[in-house]
Design a binder for this molecule. Structure first.
Ligand code: HEC
Length: 495
């Protein structure tokens, strides 16, 4: 039974407080200043354990003070983010829970919601596991499917980051350290020589490969990679295009042109957050996404490429109708900003530009990208800090205007790779997004309608870190690029 998250679809706006056992009347903390002082130097889990666990249980299982378990699918749903925040801030007085808005900051209160989400995920995952096959067949809503290996471990894959296809059905698979292999069906048959050297450092290296939709006519292939800066130990993401010159089964990378390169002053040290994915809008533009290189404040700075989605003409020139072309000092290529580390980008069938990006500890986002939109990082976030301290709240404060995500993953899946189902093998899923997650080791099918998130279902879990999810342009099968083990698997329909 495929329960995991599929169950969410049956959950309608839930969360009605049903009266149950006689509530215990609990007096507010004797000394509120004691909690204020404790919370100041404490981790979020420390605050929970001291203040909340006596009623809600150390694993949110409930039982004390008249509480019920929070570890249910209905309570896990993102619709409860604000109600949970409000319950903690304003209290549930008729049930004996005090208002913590007097003792805890909004950031601490949101941190407690994140902590509860982590506990819920733990409990629900333990209870439900992931999608399970019966006689090799998985049952999902609308389709039965199989998962089979396409390119096994040990076939020349080395932290594969990206897959795309040539019109004849051969695939190109880019490895992060800077190599690329050519595969026909389920066999590696060749490699691409002569690629630019990449800065293989931390999360950086050869990132994305995007075959131009009119490849037959123009032969262009776009690559993005972490580029070594002029100063030692610096790097930033760079976009190029080039062509393949075939020599038997191998190809030579030729005619390379730089499509986008940030000035050297923006190159920085460290191996964090390069982005990057490239998509074509079919109207002569490409969209590419840049990570903020671990410098969150730069995501809000329009004079920097960090944490931005760029829109360029296919030849790298800047379209004259970009939103910030007339703004003094702005990077003219910017389309949207306030991003952290986007690693999924795709046009939906209705032309909506969808993006997935990674939050820190909680708060991966599915965003609908709009012209000049500010997505809020690092001023708002569904996350806490890695060290379990509060970071922000998810909602704009007075005077702030941010585009909120259509959906957030809490805890994170470390979203990476995004595509859209175009029909083919999975007609019932036409128009659905498929998204991967590295740490979550997951593939989710996400239903969207009229630019809105509807629900999601997990299709694959715990086979490895999911680096890329791409739908085969000819067959419509869903290809999944895994790291650790480094291999490619595919989801195909089971009759
Ligand atoms: C004295 C007992 C008590 C303490 C302490 C307490 N709560 Fe509650 N809380 C309750 C009760 C009772 C409810 C009503 C819902 C239920 O039945 O669980 C509730 C409701 C909630 C809800 C809403 C749940 C829902 O189902 O919508 C959240 C979230 C919550 N508490 C979080 C916290 C957090 C975080 C803390 C610590 C800062 C805390 N509570 C401390 C008793 C308590």
């Amino acid at each position: 039974m495929l329960k995991w998250l599929g169950a969410l679809t049956s959950v309608v706006v839930g969360c009605v407080a049903v009266p149950h056992e006689q509530p215990h009347v609990v007096k507010p903390a004797k000394d509120k200043s004691e909690l204020v002082a404790f919370a100041q130097g404490s981790s979020i889990s420390g605050i929970y354990d001291r203040t909340c666990a006596k009623c809600h249980g150390d694993r949110a299982q409930g039982g004390g003070g008249g509480t019920r378990s929070l570890n249910t699918w209905a309570k896990f749903d993102q619709k409860n983010d604000k109600p949970f925040f409000d319950a903690i801030k304003k209290g549930v007085s008729d049930m004996g829970m005090e208002a913590f808005g007097e003792t805890l900051s909004d950031e601490q209160i949101w941190g407690l919601v994140v902590h509860i989400r982590e506990l819920q995920y733990d409990a629900l995952r333990r209870e439900s596991g992931g999608p399970k096959a019966k006689d090799g067949v998985y049952q999902a809503q609308g389709h039965r499917y199989k998962i089979t290996t396409v390119i096994p471990k040990g076939s020349g894959l080395d932290i594969p980051w990206s897959i795309d296809w040539l019109p004849d059905g051969r695939s190109l698979i880019a490895n992060r350290p800077g190599t690329m292999v050519v595969a026909r069906e389920n066999q590696v048959v060749g490699k691409v020589n002569g690629l630019s050297a990449v800065w293989s450092n931390g999360q950086g290296g050869l990132l994305d490969i995007a075959v131009h939709p009119k490849y037959r006519e123009n032969g262009w292939i776009y690559l993005s990679f972490a580029d070594q800066g002029a100063k030692p130990n610096t790097g930033f993401t760079k976009i190029v295009r080039g062509k393949l010159k075939w020599e038997g089964q191998d190809a030579q990378w030729t005619q390379q042109e730089t499509i986008y390169q940030a000035p050297q002053s923006m190159y920085s040290s460290g191996g964090a957050h390069f982005g990057n994915r490239t998509v074509f809008d079919g109207k002569g533009h490409i969209f590419v996404c840049y990570g903020e290189r671990g410098q969150g404040n730069l995501s809000q700075d329009l004079s920097r490429t960090n944490g931005k989605i760029l829109r360029l003409n296919e030849d790298g020139s800047v379209p004259s109708d970009n939103p910030f072309v007339n703004q003094e000092g702005a990077v003219k290529a910017i389309w949207s900003y306030g991003h952290r580390n986007p690693q999924g980008l795709v046009f939906g069938l209705d032309g909506t530009l969808w993006e997935t990006e990674q939050g820190p500890r909680g708060g991966d986002e599915l965003n609908k990208i709009t012209k000049a939109g500010n997505y809020g990082w690092p001023l708002v976030s569904f996350s806490i800090n890695y060290n379990d301290s509060p970071l922000a709240t998810p909602w704009p404060k007075a005077g702030q205007k941010f585009v909120q995500p259509e959906m957030r993953w809490l805890p994170v899946i470390a979203s990476c790779g995004l595509d859209v189902v175009r029909g083919g093998a999975f007609p019932q899923w036409r128009g659905d997004l498929v998204a991967g997650g590295l740490a979550g080791q997951t593939v989710r099918r996400i239903r969207v309608k009229d630019g809105k998130y509807v629900d999601q279902e997990e299709l694959l879990w715990a086979m490895g870190r999911v680096r890329d999810v791409q739908v085969h342009p000819l067959t419509g099968e869903i290809y999944v690029v895994l790291n650790g083990p480094d291999m490619v698997v595919k989801l195909s329909r089971a009759e």
